[in-house]
Design a protein around this ligand. Structure first.
Ligand code: MYA
Ligand code: MIM
Length: 422
C-alpha cells in the first residue's frame, strides 16, 4: 500500500512514506482550539456517541467485555489480548485523565457498546523537545461492524476532543503499517511454563528437541539473587522518579514523568488483591539507603482461542526500568555498555524469577530501551509480532527499534525508543 492508497490517513497530518524528514517539528501548527468544531462528528444514524464514565465500575465492565471479545489478535488468531477491568482502570485513569477522552459508540436502539477509543495526557520528549501530547490506545470496533469506515470517524472525534484542550500531538502504536512509523520494535518472548506454551501453540518444539529438554532449558532458580531487591513502595517514588528520569534522558523518544505519574504507573493500588494486581515494581536498595536499580512489569493475559486444554495464558510484559550502572556515561561508552549489560542481565533474571513466583507463563519484552543488551542471554526468542510507533502531527527523524533486518538484535545501535505502550 502506497501513501495515496490510505484514503483516510492521506488526509491527516502524519508523515508520508515518500518523504525524507529534513527537520523535526509539528506538521500543522496553524490552529487554535476555537478553530475546532464544537459539535461531535456525524455518525451513521443507527449509532450514537457516549462519553464513558470510567469511575463507574459497570461501565469499565462494558469496555472490558467489548475488548475481551473484539480486541487485538495475533496473525493466525491463536491469542487475543485480555485486559482485565483493573488494568483498564489503571491504563485509562492516569494522572490528568479526562472523561471526554474515553469515547464510546453505542447502538442507538439497544445502547449496546460497540466501539471504543481512548486518549490519556502524556508529556513526550522527542530528541530534547518536550511536547504535551495524548497517547491513543484501545481503539476497538465490534467484529460485526468492521470495514464500515467507522475507525476514521472515531479517530477524528478523539482528535477533536483533544484539540479542544489545545493539544495537537499524539503518540500511538499499532501492528498495522500506516504512514509512517517513527520506529518499529519487535516482540521477544521468554518461556517460563514451556509445556503450557507448547500446548496452546505459543512455543513450538524445535526440531531434535524433547519436551524434557525444553523444560530444562527454561528452568529458573526459585529465589532472586540480587541483595537488596524488594517491592517498590510509595516512599520510593521520589528516588525512582529521579533515577528513571535520568535514565530515560538517554533515549530519543521518551515519556517525561511527574512524581504523581510514577506513583500511578509503578504502584497503582497498594491495597489491591494479589490476583487483581496489574503492575509489579521492584527496587534494589543499597546499604547506604540509595536505590541503585528499579524494574517493573505488568500483567496482561491473552485468551487462547480454540484450545481444549487452556483458556488463557498469563503474560508478564516488561515495563520501565532503570539502573545507576553507567548512568553518567555516554550511551555508547564501550566499558559502560558492558557494565550495564551485566547489570541488566542480573536484574532481569530476577524479574523472570519474580514473574515465575507470581505464576506467569511467559515474559514478553520489546526491543526498546536497552533490552537488546539482555534478551538473548536470558533466553528470550524473537516473536512473530512487531509494534510500530507513530506520532500524530509531528515529523521526526526515524528512530532505531533495537533489532536488525536479519532478525538479530542490535546491541551496537540499541533502540532509541523509551515509551512503553500498554
Ligand atoms: S492499535 C489497536 C487497534 N485495535 C485492534 O486492532 C482491535 C481489532 N480491530 C478492530 O477493532 C478494527 O479492525 C479497527 C479498525 C478498529 C482497528 N490504527 O473502520 P474501518 C485504518 C489506525 O473501515 P475496521 C490502537 O489502539 C485503516 O488503515 N488506523 O476499519 C491505536 C483505514 O484507513 P485508510 C487504523 O477494521 C489506535 C481505516 O482505518 C487502524 O473496521 C491509533 C479503515 O477503517 C489502527 N489500528 O476498524 C489510532 N486499523 O483508508 C490513531 C485500521 O487510510 C490515533 N486503520 O487505510 C491518531 C491520533 C489521534 C489523536 C490526535 C490528537 C492530537
Ligand atoms: C496499542 N500497544 C498497543 N497494542 C499493544 C501495545 C495493541 C496492538 C499492537 C500490535 C500487536 C498486535 C498483535 C499482537 C501484539 C501486538 C499479538 C501478537 O502478535 N503477539 C506475538 C506473539 O505473542 C508477538 O510476537 N507471538 C507468539 C510467538 O511469536 C505466539 C505466536 C502464536 C502463533 N501466531 N511465539 C513464539 C515464541 C518463541 C520464539 C522462539 C523462542 C521460544 C519462544
Amino acid at each position: 500500500k502506497k501513501d495515496e492508497d490510505y484514503r483516510f490517513w492521506k488526509t491527516q497530518p502524519v508523515a508520508r512514506f515518500s518523504e525524507q524528514v529534513e527537520s523535526e517539528g509539528p506538521i500543522d501548527s496553524s490552529k487554535t482550539p476555537d478553530d475546532i468544531p464544537a459539535e461531535p462528528y456525524a455518525l451513521l444514524k443507527e449509532f450514537e456517541w457516549d462519553t464513558l464514565d470510567l469511575e463507574d465500575k459497570s461501565i469499565i465492565m462494558e469496555v472490558y467485555e467489548l475488548l475481551y471479545g473484539n480486541y487485538v489478535e495475533d496473525t493466525d488468531s491463536t491469542l487475543r489480548f485480555s485486559y482485565s477491568p483493573e488494568f483498564l482502570d489503571w491504563a485509562l485513569k492516569a494522572p490528568g485523565w479526562r472523561k471526554d477522552w474515553h469515547v464510546g459508540v453505542r447502538v442507538a436502539g439497544t445502547k449496546k457498546l460497540v466501539a471504543f477509543i481512548s486518549g490519556i495526557p502524556v508529556t513526550l520528549d522527542v530528541r530534547g523537545k518536550v511536547i504535551d501530547s495524548a497517547e491513543i490506545n484501545f481503539l476497538c470496533i465490534h467484529k460485526k461492524l468492521r470495514s464500515k469506515r467507522l475507525a476514521p470517524v472515531m479517530i477524528k472525534e478523539v482528535t477533536r476532543r483533544i484539540n479542544k484542550q489545545n493539544i495537537w500531538q499524539a503518540l500511538y502504536t499499532a501492528g498495522v503499517v500506516l504512514p509512517k512509523p517513527v520506529s518499529t520494535c519487535r516482540y521477544y518472548h521468554r518461556s517460563i511454563n514451556w509445556p503450557k506454551l507448547n500446548d496452546v501453540g505459543f512455543s513450538p518444539l524445535p526440531y531434535g528437541m524433547t519436551r524434557a529438554k525444553m523444560v530444562a532449558k527454561y528452568a529458573l532458580p526459585s529465589e532472586t539473587s540480587t541483595a537488596g531487591l524488594r517491592r517498590m513502595v510509595a516512599a520510593d517514588v521520589p528516588a525512582v522518579h529521579e533515577l528513571l528520569t535520568k535514565y530515560l534522558r538517554k533515549f530519543e523518544l521518551s515519556q517525561v514523568f511527574s512524581q504523581d505519574e510514577i506513583r500511578h504507573w509503578m504502584i497503582h493500588d497498594e491495597e489491591i488483591a494479589d490476583e487483581k494486581r496489574v503492575v509489579y515494581s521492584y527496587v534494589v536498595d543499597s546499604p547506604d539507603n540509595t536505590l541503585t536499580d528499579f524494574v517493573s512489569f505488568y500483567k496482561l493475559p491473552s485468551t487462547v482461542l480454540g484450545n481444549s486444554s487452556h483458556n488463557s495464558i498469563n503474560i508478564a510484559y516488561s515495563f520501565y526500568y532503570a539502573s545507576t550502572t553507567s548512568l553518567e556515561l555516554p550511551r555508547d561508552d564501550k566499558a559502560g555498555v558492558l557494565n550495564l549489560q551485566s547489570r541488566l542481565q542480573v536484574l532481569f533474571n530476577d524479574a523472570l524469577i519474580l514473574a515465575k513466583q507470581a505464576n506467569f507463563d511467559v515474559f514478553n519484552a520489546l526491543t526498546l530501551l536497552d533490552n537488546s543488551l539482555f534478551l538473548e542471554d536470558l533466553k528470550f526468542g524473537a516473536g512473530d509480532g512487531f509494534l510500530n510507533y507513530y506520532l500524530f502531527n509531528y515529523k521526526a527523524f526515524p528512530i532505531n527499534g533495537g533489532y536488525l533486518e536479519n532478525g538479530k538484535l542490535d546491541g551496537i545501535n540499541r533502540s532509541g525508543v523509551a515509551v512503553v505502550m500498554l
